[in-house]
Design a protein around this ligand. Structure first.
Ligand code: SF4
Length: 450
């Protein structure tokens, strides 16, 4: 079986994904109801042998003619096959004459992921074998600039991984999933979660990925029950702090008996107003479109939202929010989940050259609920997302199918196609996020304040 560039992409995204896309039970794939089918097509749609041969012949003719650039090129060797965005002619002799080619991706990506790098190295290896000249680099052409990636840095790793990829494709080895944060947006997430639960896999512990898992397995700690029984002094994990090791053990115990573990008490600020805030931005359109705020005062609460219906309205929206906050005379605490909210506020203040002292006050009055979990209290969940924590506390989102990723899609539907219903759905999701924060804060008050 030919290994193709798509196999490389899948393998570096997650080796299990490669295995499941080839041999996984199709009925277990769980396409997201709003995001729909994602990019992981079934291997059944691989090109036929005839197609590969015919298209490679076309590319080779262009290379022999010395054309440049050559778009959408197909190349194959005895073992590998790839489709390349672009080939560029460079001055360095090859079987074609006094010139040879380098490969290039046309991708306007912000972050260069390993998947793209390894696919580029794979393309270069195939090209080298055909033109009998190995380029030192390949390129990534972005809108604003061109990146040059050195091939030799990654080649050895790829060559060794190609053996494993071949074994997976030939069913010579069977992988098991590492259930990590990346699984949240994967169509196999339910299936892999079940497999991990069946094995009580160590990666069910939030924060344990394949590297820590391997180190633990080498010490005969092979699953959640064995970690739950381990003592702190018996675990040897390089560069993991003792408090984190202790967390791993307590988390394993919590998953086993389904009970919380309290590590420390906390004190919440006592102020008149409590604001439970969730901010959503569209990275695609590059602006913050909603600041949702559930306000609690004197045991009454109400939801307010500040919306920017277009990029031009962003400043107006943020100013209205700041004006509201300032009207509370500094007698408030703003509760949020993770570092995104304070970051949004500071960025907006900088962007619109607003008085940063007011925004600094807002940030000073902010309280992040996320790090309380794990550090002060451990509950029996696999990941500490607001959704998983609040779900465990019994809170249900009005529309359980909407999540952070779908809320972005809903916003896009409204913004691009003026779909009002999508906007309402996204606002409703935002208000549920704010309610989840309130419920979580009340739970922490009950369990951690004496
Ligand atoms: S759910 Fe996770 S482990 Fe399974 S294939 Fe997807 S990313 Fe890999």
């Amino acid at each position: 079986m030919l290994i193709n560039n798509y196999d490389i992409r899948l393998f570096y995204k997650c080796p299990m994904l490669l295995q499941l896309n080839k041999y996984g039970p199709e009925h277990e794939r769980d396409f997201h109801p709003i995001l729909g089918r994602n990019k992981h097509r079934s291997r059944k749609s691989d090109p036929s042998k005839e197609e590969i041969i015919a298209n490679t012949a076309k590319t080779l003719r262009k290379m022999e003619n010395g054309d440049s650039p050559i778009n959408q090129s197909w190349l194959h060797t005895e073992d590998y096959m790839t489709k390349i965005d672009r080939l560029y002619k460079v001055e360095s002799s090859s079987v074609f004459g006094s010139y040879s080619y380098i490969t290039a991706f046309m991708r306007n990506v912000k972050h260069i992921r390993k998947t793209l790098i390894m696919e580029g190295v794979f393309n270069t290896i195939i090209l080298s074998s055909i033109q009998q000249n190995q380029p030192d680099y390949f390129q990534i052409l972005r809108k604003e600039d061109t990146l040059t990636i050195n091939v030799s840095e990654y080649q050895e790793e790829l060559m060794s991984d190609l053996e494993k990829i071949e074994q997976v494709l030939n069913k010579e080895i069977t992988l098991t999933p590492n259930y990590t944060r990346n699984c949240r947006v994967c169509e196999w997430r339910k299936y892999c979660k079940q497999l991990a639960e069946d094995r009580l896999d160590l990666t069910l512990i939030s924060g344990i990925g394949k590297i820590i898992k391997k180190q633990l397995e080498q010490q005969n700690i092979v699953d959640v029950p064995s970690l739950a029984q381990a003592s702190l002094s018996s675990i040897d994990l390089e560069s993991v702090k003792p408090e984190v090791k202790e967390y791993y053990i307590l988390q394993a115990q919590s998953l086993m008996d389904k009970k919380e573990r309290v590590r420390d008490n906390i004190t919440f600020p006592k102020r008149k107003y409590e604001l439970f805030v969730d901010v959503e931005g569209s990275s695609h359109h590059n602006f913050v479109w909603i600041i949702g705020c559930l306000v609690r005062v004197d045991n009454e609460y109400y939801y307010k939202h500040f919306i920017a219906e277009s990029q031009k309205k962003e400043k107006e929206m943020f100013s209205a929010f700041m004006k509201y906050v300032e009207s509370l005379n500094n007698d408030y605490t703003l509760y949020h989940w993770s570092l995104a909210e304070p970051q949004y506020f500071m960025n907006l203040a900088k962007k619109f050259k607003l008085d940063t002292s007011n925004v600094s006050k807002l940030v000073d009055n902010s309280f992040d609920l996320f790090p309380i979990f794990k550090n002060k209290i451990i509950i029996p969940v696999y990941t500490y997302t607001l959704k998983e924590v609040a779900n465990w506390l019994g809170f249900e989102w009005f529309d359980p199918l909407v999540d952070g990723a779908t809320s972005i899609i809903l916003f896009d539907k409204w913004y691009m196609h003026n779909d009002r219903k999508s906007l309402e759905k996204a606002i409703s999701y935002n208000s549920d996020d704010c309610k989840a924060l309130l419920i979580t804060k009340d739970y922490l008050t009950k369990r951690l304040t004496s």
